[in-house]
Design a protein around this ligand. Structure first.
Ligand SMILES: O=P(O)(O)OC[C@H]1O[C@](O)(COP(=O)(O)O)[C@@H](O)[C@@H]1O
Length: 312
């Protein structure tokens, strides 16, 4: 369904609108930086998780921080690059974000993304995803798109960014709704992350064999944003990134796992850590990692039954 409703008219609450406007401005800048590509791929430093940071990661992190500071409605921020919650000079929300997810596939020019979560108040600590105000992800592929879910609205919604030269003056006016996601049914599409953990996670090995012997279609890029977003667009399938002793969980609960669970569950799908919904796990510290599964109810139940929580 394409009603081309603008993001501006979709968002009713003024301060949330200003917060999301800031994120869309940053996303437009990150999208153009990615398209420039050259000279931005060199390694620069190491983040608090000990991961090598690409210059573009650090730049994207700064672009988002600056935009949120300018909005005046953000009290605290934290990111995958700088995970400690810190003041942001405004009042209203706490924002957590992964500025550029898919660092291992930027050089291969695959679609990557920005992931964010928004909570009324000054901190995410002690709160569950079910209490969040909104969450979303930007996809930087051939098109620049935003998939967004807001607590007070039904479903998950996709907006496409119409380039700068459009007649629409306002920032949010440039983002037009082109899809509404209401259901994720069972369907033979699988996106298996951390596949190397099958060597010592027999439950995951069995699940992969199940998908293969039942002729599921493999659709996996190594970028969590496009790989999970496809479940919404196709309205079917399953994505997972399980853990094992030799390949422990790598995805970050606050910056990656809960925001995408918020989108999937708003679209009628399920999320799990092998036992419970990711939206029922309180954030105790910002650096927590977690195994994940997203998709149709039946697929997630199969993951819980076959993989469960053997290695977390
Ligand atoms: O290589 P694997 O184990 O399948 O994991 C890939 C996952 O790691 C990620 O690249 C996360 O890492 P970054 O945040 O460092 O990019 C996800 O986007 C992706 O789903």
């Amino acid at each position: 369904m394409e009603d081309h409703q603008t993001l501006e008219s979709f968002l009713s609450e003024e301060s949330l609108k200003r917060c999301i406007q800031a994120l869309t401005e940053a996303a437009e800048e990150i999208s153009s930086l990615l398209r420039k590509g050259a000279g931005l791929l060199g390694l620069s430093s190491v983040n608090t998780f000990g991961d090598q940071q690409l210059q573009i990661d650090v730049l994207a992190d700064q672009v988002i921080e600056k935009a949120l500071q300018k909005s005046g409605v953000v009290e605290s921020i934290c990111s995958e690059e700088r995970s400690k919650e810190r003041p942001c000079g405004g009042t209203g929300f706490a924002v957590a974000y992964d500025p550029l997810d898919g660092s291992s596939i930027i050089d291969t020019n695959f679609a990557v993304g920005t992931i964010f979560g928004i909570l009324k108040g000054g901190s995410f600590i002690g709160h569950r995803g079910r209490e969040w105000t909104a969450a979303g992800c930007f996809v930087y592929g051939p098109r620049t798109e935003l998939t967004l879910a807001v607590a007070d609205e039904e479903y998950a919604h996709q907006f496409i960014c119409i380039p700068q030269d459009s007649k629409d003056a306002t920032v949010l006016g440039r983002w037009k709704r082109n899809r509404v996601f209401k259901t994720i049914e069972s369907g033979k599409l699988f996106a298996p992350g951390n596949l190397r953990s099958t060597v010592d996670n027999s439950g995951y090995q069995k699940l992969v064999n199940y998908w293969m012997s039942n002729k599921y279609q493999l659709r996996y890029t190594g970028g969590m944003v496009p790989d999970v977003n496809q479940l919404l667009i196709k309205g079917k399938g399953v994505f997972c990134n399980p853990a094992s002793i030799s390949s422990p969980a790598k995805l970050r609960l606050l910056f990656e796992c809960i925001p995408l669970a918020f989108l999937i569950e708003k679209a009628g799908g399920r999320s799990s850590n092998g036992n419970i919904s990711l939206l029922d796990i309180p954030v105790n510290e910002t650096e927590e990692r977690c195994q994940v599964c997203y998709g149709a109810k039946e697929e997630v139940e199969r993951f819980d039954a076959m993989v469960g929580q053997m290695f977390i």
